[in-house]
Design a protein around this ligand. Structure first.
Ligand code: THU
Length: 136
């Protein structure tokens, strides 16, 4: 079980990361905070592209930053997203591509924190969000 103080810190970080989102096409700003088994936190935001399909989600930005720095053992990710600069009004569950990327590196017990605020969040396991995921 994640400690409440850790959950709150991840939520604060994911919400703050929304400020870095590059989302001129959708104005849907997403932030992510990825916690490693060692307690380090890697951050991510969505980065859109005028050709649309090269867009990178916040979750994948965080995972790719971490893996590119040698991290492979992950404990949890917090995701917060919504339109514009105001606080999100609903949860932002990871898209299918991001679920598949998480499956590559994380066990089914890996925790996914969907957050609107410190007061409003839900925690799912990756196994719940991506049952029977493809693996080679
Ligand atoms: N997006 C994320 O960053 N994470 C998700 O889990 C869902 C979608 C981004 C991609 C795009 O920049 C914008 O949100 C609208 O789809």
């Amino acid at each position: 079980m994640l400690e409440k103080s850790v959950i709150e810190a991840l939520i604060d970080t994911a919400l703050a990361q929304r400020n870095y989102a590059y989302a001129p096409y959708s104005d849907f700003r997403v932030g992510a905070a990825l916690l490693t088994e060692d307690g380090a936190v890697y951050t991510g935001c969505n980065i859109e592209n005028g050709a649309y399909s090269p867009t990178n989600c916040a979750e994948r930005t965080a995972v790719f930053k971490a893996v590119s720095e040698g991290e492979r053992a992950f404990r949890a990710i917090c995701i917060a997203g919504g339109k514009g600069a105001e606080e999100p009004s609903k949860f932002c569950p990871p898209c299918g591509v991001c679920r598949q990327v998480l499956l590559e590196f994380c066990r089914p017990e890996f925790e996914v924190i969907l957050a609107v605020s410190r007061e409003q969040y839900e925690i799912y396991t990756l196994g719940e969000l991506a049952p029977m995921g493809f693996q080679l």
